[in-house]
Design a protein around this ligand. Structure first.
Ligand SMILES: N[C@@H](CCC(=O)N[C@@H](CS)C(=O)NCC(=O)O)C(=O)O
Length: 208
């Protein structure tokens, strides 16, 4: 199988953690592909031009990350990752929403030139992140790796990677922070967490 992903992507990190947790990582080759690259390879696979994308054993193209995770769980038979299904899917949805907002803030502040940035729009995304984190800090999160806890850990790892210097998400959310600092030591999450890396040179720009 082939996984189109990028080291900084929280969605890619989530999928890779699920790949490790299902034991399928050895049968997947990573293709490092930044979604803002100008060549059309990715858009031929995913019309939305987003990573992650998985090419399956059956040569089918799968996106987006929840679909890929469900495929890996089904293929591996590791149903325990989705035990208490609706709770896990809700946690995944909340974590994905935090990732979506985080990635949008990153694009706006890093890729878009300053004079085109919109503070109201940024505040809207940041509020979604904070509300999401507040709800997560009220949840009874388990210590096992499940689709839900992997998703939450991937979202928090991304917030740490991109926003450590802008805000302290742990302040006032000590229980969530404690849960994360313990779970993030799990070897699966250590191996899969999003990490910084230089941008490829052939990036399209938002600046027109
Ligand atoms: N809902 C998608 C979101 C994926 C996503 O937003 N990926 C980002 C990278 S972290 C991307 O490819 N962005 C490119 C773009 O927005 O044009 C999923 O769960 O896979």
């Amino acid at each position: 199988m082939k996984l189109y992903t990028w080291p900084t992507s929280p969605f890619g990190a989530k999928v890779w953690a699920v790949a490790i947790a299902t034991g399928l990582d050895d049968s997947i080759t990573k293709v490092l592909y930044h979604p803002w690259q100008t060549d059309p390879e990715l858009s031929k696979l995913n019309p939305l031009n987003k990573i992650p994308v998985l090419i399956t054993q059956e040569n089918e193209t799968l996106y987006d990350s929840p679909v890929i995770c469900e495929y890996l769980i089904e293929q591996s038979g590791k149903k325990e990752l989705l035990e208490n299904k609706w709770c896990n899917l809700r946690w995944q949805a909340l974590a994905d929403g935090i990732m979506d907002a985080g990635v949008l803030v990153r694009y706006e502040t890093y890729l878009r030139p300053g004079h085109l940035q919109c503070q109201d729009w940024l505040n809207r995304q940041l509020s979604a992140i904070h509300r999401g984190l507040d709800i997560l800090s009220q949840e009874k999160l388990c210590d096992a790796l499940t689709l839900g806890t992997i998703s939450i850990a991937s979202a928090l790892a991304y917030i740490d990677l991109r926003f450590k210097d802008s805000f302290d998400w742990k302040k006032g959310r000590e229980q969530l922070a404690g849960w994360y600092s313990a779970l993030s030591l799990h070897p699966t999450l250590v191996q899969s967490k999003p990490i910084d890396c230089p941008l490829p040179t052939n990036l399209c720009s938002l600046q027109k």
